[in-house]
Design a protein around this ligand. Structure first.
Ligand code: FE
Length: 339
C-alpha cells in the first residue's frame, strides 16, 4: 500500500518539471526556439549524464511565467535573446548571481552582468546593409550619417516595438546622450522608405527588391538567407552588402543571446555546469555554424559566411546599459514618430 502510494506520488510529480525524480537534472526555460538549442542540450546530457528538461516560449511570456511562479518555479535557467530582455529578467528579480571562473574567462566583461546574474552565449551585430547596385560603400560611414536628407525615402527598418531597435537606440543614448540621439532619430525616421513593417528578414528582402537602398538588420538573418534552402532567399541576400558603421569611433551596435540561473533554482550546480558547457568551444562553434551567430568566446572560429562579412569593431558599451536606457529609448522613438 505504502509502496503504491509512493509510486503514485512519484508519477504525478514527475509530470511537473518542479520535482527532480532523478538527482542530476536541470530545467531550462528558453526563448530560443527548440532547433537553436536542443542539439546542444542533448550533447550536454550525453557528456555529463545530466538530464535537461526544455520549455520553450516567447521571451516576454517566459519572463511573465517566472514572475508568477516565483519561488515555486521549476526553472533553473532562463535562456533568452537581447540584452534588453536579460536586463528585464534581472530587474524582475527572477535571476540570481552566480560565480564561475570558467564563465568569467569565456565571456568578456561587456557581455555579462556585473553581478553574475546573466552571461552572453552568442553575439550578433546590427550593421548597415545596402543594395550593392544602388549604394557604394564609400557613401556610408555611421548610423548618425543616415539622418542626412540624402537618404530620404531610402531606409528600411522594422518597428520600434521590437527590442532589437530599442537596444540600438539605447546604445546611442548611452554614448551620445538623449538629446543628440533624439535629434538623430528625427532625421533617421524622416528617411524611412515606408512605415515600419515585418521582421529583419523582410527589411533585407525589401532592399533586394528595390523598395529601399538601406536595411538595418541583425547579421544572422542575412547569414541565414545566404545559406537558405530557398534559391529566392539566397538571391535576395546576394544583392545586399554588409557595411560596418562607426568603425572610427564607438563601433557597430552589437547584442547578445544569453542566460542566467533563476532565483528559484533547485539545481544550481547543474545549471552552472550547463552554462559553462554553452560557452565551451564546441557549443560556441555550433552557434556560429548553425545560426550564423558570432561566438562570444574569443578564439573560436567563425563560419565561412561570417568570415565573408569581414572583421569589425564592436561597440564596447556594457550590455546592461541597453536595459538601463530601454525605457528612455522607447519614449524617444515614440516622440520622433518611429512607428
Ligand atoms: Fe532574431
Amino acid at each position: 500500500m505504502l509502496r503504491k502510494a509512493l509510486f503514485t506520488t512519484a508519477l504525478s510529480l514527475s509530470t511537473l518539471l518542479a520535482v527532480s525524480v532523478q538527482a542530476a537534472e536541470v530545467n531550462v526555460y528558453s526563448a530560443r526556439q527548440e532547433g537553436l538549442i536542443k542539439p546542444l542540450l542533448d550533447d550536454f546530457t550525453s557528456q555529463t549524464g545530466i538530464k535537461v528538461n526544455l520549455v520553450t516560449g516567447k521571451a516576454n511570456a517566459l519572463l511573465q511565467r517566472l514572475r508568477s511562479e516565483g519561488r515555486n518555479s521549476p526553472a533553473d535557467i532562463l535562456i533568452t535573446v537581447d540584452a534588453g530582455n536579460l536586463y528585464a529578467a534581472k530587474s524582475a528579480g527572477v535571476l540570481q548571481p552566480i560565480t564561475s571562473p570558467a564563465l568569467d574567462a569565456a565571456v568578456p566583461a561587456a557581455y555579462r552582468d556585473p553581478d553574475g546574474q546573466w552571461y552572453a552565449l552568442s553575439m550578433r551585430a546590427r550593421p548597415i546593409m545596402y543594395h550593392k547596385g544602388k549604394v557604394d560603400p564609400s557613401e556610408l560611414s555611421t548610423y548618425e550619417a543616415l539622418a542626412d536628407p540624402k537618404w530620404k525615402g531610402r531606409i528600411c527598418i522594422r518597428s520600434s516595438d521590437n527590442v532589437y531597435n530599442q537596444s540600438m537606440v539605447a546604445s546611442m543614448i548611452a554614448t551620445l546622450g538623449e538629446a543628440r540621439t533624439e535629434a538623430w532619430a528625427k532625421g533617421f525616421v524622416a528617411n524611412f522608405a515606408r512605415p515600419p513593417q515585418g521582421g529583419d528578414r523582410d527589411q533585407i528582402k525589401a532592399a533586394a527588391a528595390g523598395q529601399c537602398d538601406i536595411a538595418i538588420a541583425n547579421t544572422y538573418y542575412l547569414g541565414g538567407m545566404l545559406n537558405s534552402q530557398e534559391a529566392k532567399d539566397r538571391e535576395a541576400a546576394g544583392e545586399v552588402g554588409v557595411f560596418w558603421p562607426n568603425q572610427a569611433d564607438r563601433g557597430v551596435h552589437v547584442n547578445v543571446s544569453g542566460a542566467g540561473v533563476t532565483a528559484a533554482s533547485r539545481n544550481k550546480t547543474e545549471a552552472i555546469k550547463l552554462l559553462e558547457f554553452l560557452v565551451g568551444d564546441d557549443a560556441q562553434k555550433w552557434y556560429a555554424e548553425v545560426n550564423q551567430e558570432y561566438p562570444v568566446k574569443s578564439g573560436v572560429a567563425w563560419s565561412e559566411t561570417l568570415s565573408a562579412f569581414g572583421p569589425y569593431k564592436a561597440d564596447g558599451v556594457n550590455m546592461g546599459q541597453l536595459g538601463v536606457h530601454n525605457a528612455a529609448a522607447v519614449r524617444l522613438m515614440d516622440r520622433v514618430g518611429w512607428k
